[in-house]
Design a protein. Structure first.
Length: 182
């Protein structure tokens, strides 16, 4: 049995269309996964700390860190037997009087209720401060050059990040604002 040249072409076009649709579907899933916290999440304000925001390789962005990123060693000591670098953790949050959320505790399992954000332990412990660092995936805010420089100035005084957190604890950074402390 032989397949004619026109028979091969008839199979090639649907295969190419299927490959293009599959790639577009994967890109759409990545985009939707990143947007779910913004669409369904609860908005919270987190206090940011100043960090140098310049990078020649990553473009115009502000690099951020948060008050809730520093976890006291004592809070993790009760989990010492199971703690490892890059461990997924859930940081419990509590709203302050100025509506800025603060650190309330940490769990290795997803909490059943309350406000929390999902993160990963950094690979090292800061010996000088006696704390572990947690990354939440919201440590970079991309913006045009002028806006990134303005954000840098805001971070030197006092700023908060508006973050949306989904029910699973996944966070998405929406914006950075100047914040006046009461």
């Amino acid at each position: 049995m032989t397949v004619s040249r026109s028979g091969k072409n008839r199979l090639l076009i649907p295969a190419l269309c299927l490959a293009v649709l599959l790639q577009a579907g994967i890109l759409a899933m990545v985009y939707i996964n990143a947007q779910i916290p913004l669409w369904t999440g609860k908005p919270v304000l987190l206090k940011t700390l100043p960090v140098d925001p310049r990078s020649l390789f990553r473009g115009n962005y502000a690099r951020l860190t948060y008050d809730i990123s520093q976890i006291p060693v004592a809070d993790l000591n009760r989990h010492a037997a199971v703690i490892r670098p890059d461990q997924q953790v859930y940081v419990l949050l509590a709203p302050g009087p100025d509506q800025v959320y603060t650190y309330r505790g940490i769990h290795l399992e997803k909490p059943r209720d309350g406000d929390f954000i999902r993160g990963r332990l950094d690979n090292y412990r800061e010996k000088t401060s006696g704390s572990y660092r947690v990354r939440f995936g919201i440590e970079a805010y991309f913006a045009p050059k002028e806006k990134a420089l303005a954000i840098e100035k805001q971070l030197q005084s006092s700023a908060v990040a508006r973050v949306y957190i989904s029910g699973s604890g996944k966070a998405a950074l929406e914006a950075i604002h100047a914040h006046e402390t009461p």
